[in-house]
Design a protein around this ligand. Structure first.
Ligand code: DUT
Length: 162
């Protein structure tokens, strides 16, 4: 069973009232990266290929820093530190407005015990403008049985940033 938004809120920081949804919490875009080099997924090890940070732009004096993205695949980093509590599993879905604008977020499983500012794959099928800090995704939590908790290489990632 999926938990209510107010429960999910307790597992995320920082969050404001406008991020609270009935069934989850909206996550914001903090950083956008373009992958430059090949990564490696081996039978034992793994490696993330080199990336280049996209710089948000303000085209007018009053405009908030905005990512102007052309079609392609991007890695986005969310602005909230998320903790997946024991007895739960997390899933992230795109905000529907993103999808209705021909963009999609692909995400993997968020394990019990994970803590960090996670990342997702943003597919851009038509030019889009994303303000840095805008809500682009929604985290939901479901109750789940598990033996152990997450203790992998991404544990604690990006928690000291911003
Ligand atoms: O879309 C996602 C899905 C998961 N995570 C976080 C939470 C999850 O607990 C962690 C590790 O995910 P996973 O176990 O799938 O990664 P892995 O490639 O198997 O790494 P490891 O070997 O550390 O388990 O990354 C994200 O940031 N984005």
């Amino acid at each position: 069973m999926f938990r209510r938004g107010t429960f999910v809120r307790e597992q995320c920081t920082p969050v404001s009232d406008d991020q609270l949804q009935p069934n989850g919490i909206d996550l914001t875009v903090s950083d956008v990266f373009e992958q430059m080099d090949a990564g490696h997924v081996g039978r034992d090890g793994k490696e993330i290929g080199d990336r280049r940070s996209r710089t948000p732009q303000s085209l007018t004096e009053n405009e908030a820093p905005t990512y102007y993205l052309e079609p392609g695949g991007y890695i986005v980093r969310y602005g909230e530190t998320v903790t997946i509590p024991d007895g739960h599993v997390g899933f992230v879905y795109p905000r529907s407005t993103l999808m209705r604008n021909s963009c999609m977020l692909n995400t993997a499983v968020w394990d019990a015990g994970y803590e960090g500012k996670g990342e997702g794959l943003l597919q851009v099928h038509h030019d889009i403008e994303l303000e840095q800090g805008a809500r682009i995704a929604q985290l939901v939590l479901a109750r789940a049985n598990h033996e152990e908790t997450y203790d992998g290489t991404y544990q604690g990632e990006n928690v000291d940033t911003k």
